[in-house]
Design a protein around this ligand. Structure first.
Ligand SMILES: NC(=O)c1ccc[n+]([C@@H]2O[C@H](COP(=O)([O-])OP(=O)(O)OC[C@H]3O[C@@H](n4cnc5c(N)ncnc54)[C@H](OP(=O)(O)O)[C@@H]3O)[C@@H](O)[C@H]2O)c1
Length: 285
């Protein structure tokens, strides 16, 4: 297939390009500098020039706290931009894949969320992603909406990098223990998405790493696997007061009959740390 990727410079975009090429697809990657998805004429031009079979929209406004004070900017990218991409894809008969997030849920559940569960975003970012889901579905009947969670990958700022930096700076870190989710390696998600695109299983899919943990447990595992001596102290959401509210529990599961399942988050972390080392050695050489 010929696949066009918008937002190709981000964590998921970069890893999706690798995963799709490994499956022998022809991939055209456009970074933010190449294509601004909030410009409908530019989106139409890119899609009608490259005429892909599928458009994967990895472009997003992903600053969760920043969205709280500037929901309009987040909405322009995550809703309006996503709709321009989905609609331009529909105009040439192409499928569209739109990543979404566990933050479309309110987090009050005590069991993992499945695709048909009622949404109820509690943050501005979550509201913009939820609006994007609806707009993409309305604009293109051949849509895949893939909800993922707690992403970490080579091409972006992420929790693993933050912990490793803090672990170098001091002997202890305070991390929230009352938010539980599925930390997901973007390379694993990218491989799942590349497989899904070859199907006609349209609609919403939950695709996150196997297992669940709190940010506190994730931080402990990061230091263990990286061999860093740093004490992790358990904090609460209230103590760490961030601008955006976050779901207390946003573990994703699926009710699909033959779902694509991703490896465990501990395995994702191990592979991420190994890939990070290779990238660092290549940069130093
Ligand atoms: N990160 C997470 O924890 C997480 C969790 C669940 C779901 N998701 C979803 O997964 C998808 C991929 O996220 P990610 O973690 O890979 O994000 P990311 O690393 O922040 O990448 C997003 C990319 O989109 C680009 N972008 C922003 N505005 C754009 C615009 N108007 N036009 C074109 N490109 C634009 C950014 O470029 P600049 O940096 O130059 O602005 C960046 O390269 C998103 O849909 C996100 O909502 C993320």
């Amino acid at each position: 297939m010929r696949i066009l990727v918008a937002g190709a410079g981000g964590m998921l975009g970069r890893d999706f390009m690798i995963a799709a090429r490994e499956r022998d697809h022809e991939v055209i990657g456009l970074s933010h500098a190449d294509l601004d998805i909030t410009n409908p004429a530019a989106v139409d031009r890119a899609i009608s020039t490259h005429r892909p079979d599928v458009v994967v929209n990895c472009a997003a406004y992903t600053d969760v706290d920043g969205s709280e004070s500037d929901e309009r900017s987040a909405m322009r990218v995550n809703d309006e931009g996503a709709a321009f991409v989905a609609s331009a894809a529909a105009s040439i008969g192409a499928k569209v894949l739109q990543p979404s997030t566990d933050y479309v849920f309110d987090g009050s559940s005590h069991r993992p969320y499945v695709e048909s569960d009622v949404t109820g975003a509690i943050s501005a970012y979550g509201r913009t992603k939820l609006a994007g889901e609806t707009s993409v579905a309305a604009a293109n009947p051949r849509h895949f909406i893939v909800r993922a969670s707690w992403l970490f990958g080579i091409a972006g700022k992420n929790f693993v990098e933050t912990m490793l930096r803090l672990g170098e700076e001091g002997p202890e870190v305070l991390v929230v223990a009352d938010q539980v989710g599925c930390p997901t390696y973007t390379r694993h998600l990218a491989e799942g998405i590349a497989e899904l695109l070859e199907s006609d299983e349209y609609g919403i899919h939950h695709m996150a790493a196997d297992g669940e943990c709190s940010w506190y447990e994730f931080a402990q595992e990061i230091f263990d696997q990286a061999g860093v001596e740093c004490r992790v102290m358990a904090g609460t959401t209230e103590m760490l007061a961030r601008p955006a509210p976050r779901p207390a529990y946003s573990v994703l599961d699926t009710e699909r009959l033959n779902p694509i399942r991703l490896p465990h988050w501990r395995q994702g972390l191990a592979q991420y740390l190994a890939e990070r080392e290779v990238v660092r050695q290549e940069a130093a050489a």
